[in-house]
Design a protein around this ligand. Sequence first.
Ligand code: NOJ
Length: 573
Amino acid sequence: MAESPISSQSCHATLTESLASKDEQADLPWWKTTVIYQIYPRSFMDSNGDGIGDLRGIISRLDHFVYLGVETLWLSPFYKSPQADFGYDVSDYKDVDSIFGTLEDFRDLVKECKKRHLRLLIDFVPNHTSTEHEWFQRSLKKDGKYKDFYVWSDGKVLPDGSRARPNNWLSVFGGPAWTWSEERQQYYYHAFLPEQADLNFRNPDVVEEMSLTIRYWLDHGVDGFRVDAIANLYESENVFQDNPRSGKDVPSTEWEYLTAVHTDYLLPECQNLIMHWQKLFDDVQELDGRERFMVLEFYTDSKTRADMARYGAHPFNMDLVEKLSTPLSAKQMMGLIALEYTDKPPSYWPTFVVGNHDRKRVSTKFGSLYVNAFNLLLMALKGTPTTYYGEEIGMEDIHVDYEDTQDPWGRKAGPDRFLEFSRDFCRTPMQWTPDQNAGFTTAQKPWLPVSSDHTFRNVQNQKQDPNSHLNRYKDYVALRTRKAFKYGEIDLNCLLTDNVLSFLRFSGSERYLVAINFGQIDATNDFSVSPVNASTGTVVTDTAAASSELTKGQLIHLQELTLRAGEGVVIEL
Ligand code: NOJ
């Protein structure tokens, strides 16, 4: 077990930071004006040549964020873990896995982030622990308070005296969600792998331990958390209820075969827990004056997000990750975007995402032509955007053969179906340089292959090219230093066609038109009409589309503006 937290030190870092945590001009908390960047630690930068990224590697690359203007990092798990699900199977919440470094490295990371005014969010995985966690090992032995730390069931007793699982619930990764323990002679529930046993949040001791975990990392100086798998935290208490068939034409072992009404939705208990965690944040804020932020992983709908905001929760909006169809339709996108600003309580704050470590990258789903368009959209919308590492250089998924597949979801699916499930493709090493292994590692073989396109698609090369994805991304982030993008309002009632969407951002007399062609052909439109009500404007930035006629600083006419396929532009009015 790790040593105790450094609470006294961090509580000193107080009042000055408290002032800095509010943006005085608009009185918005820092997390409403920031850009979040997701680092998948295994794949970001390897400092010790073992082929796997680590904390020292991240420290060595922090200036990348200063260059980009990104202010907040979210680190996927780096805790002690047997790595069955690459860190989402935690065996000690209060220690760093030796693959990633040490607690000392983490403290240095916090210090180095602070030096650069970077905020740090860390992944919090409350739903389940590794079965190697001491709590599970003690629970197996029914040891004291750990006896009911997990979701145990005797199952059904069959007429011949043998046991069967209590219900038909399936694991997200496929197969039954209950595994028999010979040692305890009971089944335990796992929403994910059998190596990831679900904690029993109906047990106050579990709630208490997880609160201590939150407090521990807050005391280490983190600015908040991305909370994993929030919808899985509670299951129906009566486990003798089957999930109904979904009607989907998939094998009966696959999660989608059933509708997870008993396992994968936000039970009322969850609300209390989220509010309890928020209270922990408030308590710490009272001590040191720094506002913390918690964003929840939840694939849900707009109405549920609104309901959650009423009790102070901020779920990621995953609509652009999972609901867009190809070929892209600007009308469909605008429909999804508009939901974010409709029928929401005042406490609601949009949190757009377009990719993460569980889904295909934008370039792979929609084509590299649209990389800048998505990056621009993300930064220009009102709300807090999250960028997945590598999106700033337009990284693409690569193929990893079944034999080399690392992701347990892919391996479980077998050689015929791993392509549908493996998440290795979007987790390949960050491409820093044109050198061997993209400058990610000095090892011969990184944990996942490096994309062969690193010879030209890498940070070093793109820094030299003013029209690269990287430098455009930097421009889009910089937009958010302008009042209209930072605090301003959004008006979506602008020109919308099958291919082109547009909107206004404004604050006082500052007004910008953002227009993007998500179609596959050039489009010429009149953008001058209401609510734009202007016939000319100046190009602030664009997507640097090939053969574009737009250049930065150029005065353009809005009545007949042509955007190439995949081209977007920001125009100051
Ligand atoms: C959601 C995470 O994003 C995913 O990577 C992980 O496999 C599951 N939760 C289980 O923790």
